[in-house]
Design a protein around this ligand. Sequence first.
Ligand code: KG4
Ligand code: ZN
Length: 337
Amino acid sequence: MTDPGSPVLGIETSCDETAAAVVGGDASVRSSVVASQIEVHAAYGGVVPELAGRAHLELLMPVVDEAIRRADVRPADLGAVAATVGPGLVGSLLVGVSAAKALALTWRTPFVGVNHLEGHLFAALLDHPGIDWPVTVLLVSGGHTLLVSMQGPGRYRLLGQTLDDAAGEAFDKVARFLELGYPGGPAIERAAETGDPTAFAFPRAMASDGLDVSFSGLKTAVVHAVRKQPGATDSDVAASFQEAVVDVLVAKTLRAAHVSGARGVCLAGGVAANGRLRSLLTDACAQAALPLYLPSRAMCTDNAAMIAAAGTWQLEHLGPSSLGLGADPNLRLAFVA
Ligand code: KG4
Ligand code: ZN
């Protein structure tokens, strides 16, 4: 039998970060190691699934060893091995899931399969253990843009989502169009630092309309604007584009919090590392007198501490997963009605 307060090893390999972390039963992050594959994919301008899977194979065991060493735990002390089972790239997921099951079997400890999106929702809990529920979470990553009413761990209601591109995908596509490099979000943020966010009046799609968002028109507007004005600086285009995305996300999040009776607001996912989004949302929440729970930037982008945190909760409340549970590239978040 494992002690419910035992540390949990998390493994995350859903996309292009190979990550392992040990989180204590008290939600303390004892180690969090992330090996980025940026160098592997940069030449291609985006993630190449085949290369990602192979890189995970090479990197995962050294990353796991390092996470265990830094946390100063013995495998026998671990309460579980938790790994992302989806959504994500199937080849990448399989590496993490297979390794986690093998380690769990070898160490005679439970295996817990975690939904990557649920992991992102747990990131804010690592930095803010005393959240007053319910909160509205804006989850903005490379593959997803969701507004969720989180009534507590494990209880989620869908409030709104993107009708086309995810926010991170829009950042990545515009960065690729401007040839700013990969990953696109940080590249746009860097370019925007010296730009004028009012240089282009890019559209705020559906700004006064419900809780869903749409970014494909904005991306097209950027392409048209640059073709019409070839002398425009990348920094002005990046700053105006970033402002349009952030404006819409902040307005929708505040509206979602209002209509769902939220007691606070949380940010999650890779785009939550964006400084302009963090700053405008901080101002908007202060004005609305709503507490804002911001995860640290390192906990916003893909990491394994959030997977270990979600796995710890899951083990305690739902029990271990079957070793028959496989990777599911299209896994969805389970919502209550
Ligand atoms: O959550 P994440 O690390 O991986 C997924 O689950 O998708 O999110 C990655 C996404 C990418 O689209 C990346 O460009 C974006 O998050 N991103 C950012 C920033 N850092 C990462 N977008 C805007 N500003 C950033 N600083
Ligand atoms: Zn993610």
